[in-house]
Design a protein around this ligand. Structure first.
Ligand SMILES: [Zn+2]
Length: 149
């Protein structure tokens, strides 16, 4: 049992007693019809129900490596799939840490910034001309924001 001073929210590193973090993943990445974002599924290890609920997955079980309204990913670039997979690699490192902290502390810690999902307040702040959060690649006003824009 970790002492209070060893809890991750008190320190930025894990205590030495936590051991090394090592993870291997098997993914399936599907290129979708533009302008939709690729769909990436974690095949092994299968994510836990807690992870799908709390650790940046879409409702269909695929991973959510970036926030589409930010416009950081553009399918029209020639290396768009490679760029998307770069964000997936970062997501995997964060996810591995989330699972590691969940196992060691009972609560997963997502490192770095993150956008909470599914909040109505969040939806009302997506600019209408930004990409929709659902990764369709469509503008928010043309997709899930029809009633809000
Ligand atoms: Zn949408």
């Amino acid at each position: 049992m970790a002492s209070p001073d060893d809890r991750p929210h008190k320190r930025s590193v894990l205590p030495a007693s936590a051991g090394l973090m090592e993870a291997t993943f098997l993914l399936e990445a599907t290129y979708m019809e533009p302008p939709a974002h690729p769909r990436v599924e974690l095949l092994r290890p299968r994510p836990s129900p807690e992870a799908v609920r709390e650790a940046h997955f879409y409702k269909d079980g695929s991973i959510c490596p970036l926030y589409p309204p930010d416009g950081t990913w553009d399918w029209s670039r020639p290396d768009s799939m490679a760029e998307y997979l770069d964000t997936v690699a970062i997501w995997l490192a964060k996810y591995a840490y989330w699972e590691f902290t969940r196992r060691h502390y009972g609560k997963g810690i997502w490192v770095g910034s993150a956008i909470p999902h599914g909040k109505l307040g969040l939806l009302s702040r997506i600019p209408c001309d930004s990409q929709c959060y659902c990764r369709s690649g469509l503008k928010f006003r043309e997709c899930h924001g029809r009633d809000l824009c």
